[in-house]
Design a binder for this molecule. Structure first.
Ligand code: NAD
Length: 436
């Protein structure tokens, strides 16, 4: 049993802290946001993540999981300190490191005994060393020792608990073998593969992995755009490609591109890191540019289906960047909806979970509705932006009745082209033949 403090109780800190408590450790999750901590203490979960509420309750009840805003006290009471604060996109695309640095200062001030400082946030190469320096500058007793470890997080929002409890690998980067072994031992109950390397490589692995996945998405979207023009079907093409074990079937779903809190900022950050290091990562820049352009393919398809968008009512289904999350960070809907409005359309929107989070960002552009049916009522076309199961399983006969014309533009390829033809919809998807 380890005594762990996790600093930052967002999507990553809260989930990983809870999972560390689930495998028997004593975990304190802390945050600078007093409202988050107050909610957590009342058994409420500030984010939407399937299964999290139950797991938090189970471990709080077992006296293994605690929440506090007293970050210094939490640090003093623990032997392993995880840093899981945000590293958002800065002005030039670089990672904004102010929260990590702030935490490092706090750790330094409260370093009362030997501790292992583990960085879980996604951070530029060299951050581990910066954290070490900041702690050394701020520690009151220079005889108290510590080690810094990099242990980047790979969970996916929407299946975060599952990903954490059954993680494919734990990457551990450290200069001290003793510290690396202790973090490896901490992961033993997860029965995962441990990959040990140096600090710098561990920090790079996270960016490289995300950039590679983003590249896969932009690549298949490029293939989709070609498929549409030459009469091929990208779903068959991706399936055929995926049978090659060197390629793999995952991350080959064509659509309106990636969004969320990681890929957009991490691709920018890696491009910036490369630039600073004197390398023009032109491939990665193209991946980013292609993703920006891909968001707007559904707007062009709406124009094809409706002619001009001026005065047209569009029922938008799905606002979150992917299903099973309320995270709106860099969601494609944030670009697409304002563009529809700029072209004169009127947007009626629905999302099963992310409605409030979306309101906080672009409320002025659309009206939202409590149900999918209300949102679609009287619309000239339906536009699908997130493949929530409620949307994939919606009653298409009813949808047809609700719309003024049976037009669906599907940015996530939710339905089979054949079915839409049989049901006599006008149906545009991504990388597949249009039904007109
Ligand atoms: P988040 O914004 O959901 O959570 C960060 C939390 O840190 C917030 O609650 C914030 O209040 C808190 N915080 C900020 N400064 C603090 C401080 N000085 N002391 C204590 N708490 C502080 O962010 P997230 O999505 O959990 O991401 C955290 C890190 O993990 C990022 O670097 C991100 O790139 C990385 N990551 C995220 C995901 C994901 O799917 N969200 C997956 C893998 C890695």
């Amino acid at each position: 049993m380890e005594k762990i403090t996790v600093v930052g109780s967002g999507y990553v800190g809260l989930v990983s802290g809870t999972c560390f408590s689930e495998i028997g450790n004593r975990v304190i999750c802390c945050d600078v946001d007093p409202f988050k901590i107050a909610m957590l203490r009342k058994g409420e979960i500030p984010i939407y993540e399937p299964g999290l509420k139950e797991l938090v309750k189970k471990n709080v009840d077992a006296d293994r999981l605690f929440f506090t805003s007293e970050i210094g006290d939490a640090i003093e009471a623990s032997d392993i300190i995880y840093i899981a604060v945000g590293t958002p996109m800065g002005d030039n695309g670089e990672a904004d490191m102010r929260y990590v640095h702030e935490v490092a200062r706090t750790i330094g001030k409260h370093l009362n005994s030997y501790k292992i400082i583990v960085n879980k946030s996604t951070v530029p190469v060299g951050t581990g060393e910066q954290v070490r320096q900041i702690i050394m500058e701020n520690r009151k007793n220079r005889f108290v020792q510590f080690d810094v470890v990099s242990n980047p997080e790979f969970l996916r929002e929407g299946s975060a608990i599952e990903d954490c409890m059954n993680m494919e690998r734990a990457v551990i980067g450290a200069t001290s073998d003793k510290a690396a072994k202790r973090i490896a031992d901490l992961h033993a109950p997860f029965r995962t593969r441990i990959f040990q390397t140096n600090l710098e490589s561990a920090e790079m692995i996270k960016y490289a992995a995300n950039a590679f996945l983003a590249t896969k998405i932009s690549f298949i979207n490029g293939i989709a755009n070609v498929c549409e023009r030459v009469g091929a079907d990208v779903t068959s093409v991706a399936a055929g490609m995926g049978l090659d074990s060197r390629i793999g079937a995952k991350f080959l779903q064509a659509g309106i591109g990636y969004g969320g809190s990681c890929f957009p900022k991490d691709t920018f950050a890696l491009s910036y890191i490369a630039e600073e290091a004197g390398f023009d990562f032109s491939l990665l820049k193209s991946v980013i540019a292609a993703n920006d352009e891909q968001r707007l393919v559904v707007v062009d398809k709406l124009k094809q289906a409706l002619g001009c968008l001026e005065g047209k009512k569009i029922g938008v289904l799905g606002l979150a960047f992917k299903p099973n999350t309320d995270d709106m960070r860099y969601a494609p809907s944030l670009t697409i909806i304002p563009e529809l409005v700029r072209l004169g359309a009127y947007v009626r929107a629905y999302d099963p979970i992310a409605m409030q989070a979306a309101r906080n960002q672009i409320a002025e552009y659309y009206e939202d509705f409590e149900t999918l049916e209300e949102a679609l009522e009287g619309c000239d076309a339906c536009l699908i932006l997130t493949e929530w199961s409620e949307i994939v399983e919606m009653d298409l006969a009813r949808v047809k009745q609700l719309l003024t014309a049976p037009i669906i533009v599907d940015g996530r390829n939710c339905f089979s082209v054949r079915e839409m033809k049989e049901r006599e919809f006008v149906y545009y998807s991504v990388g597949r033949p249009a039904v007109t």
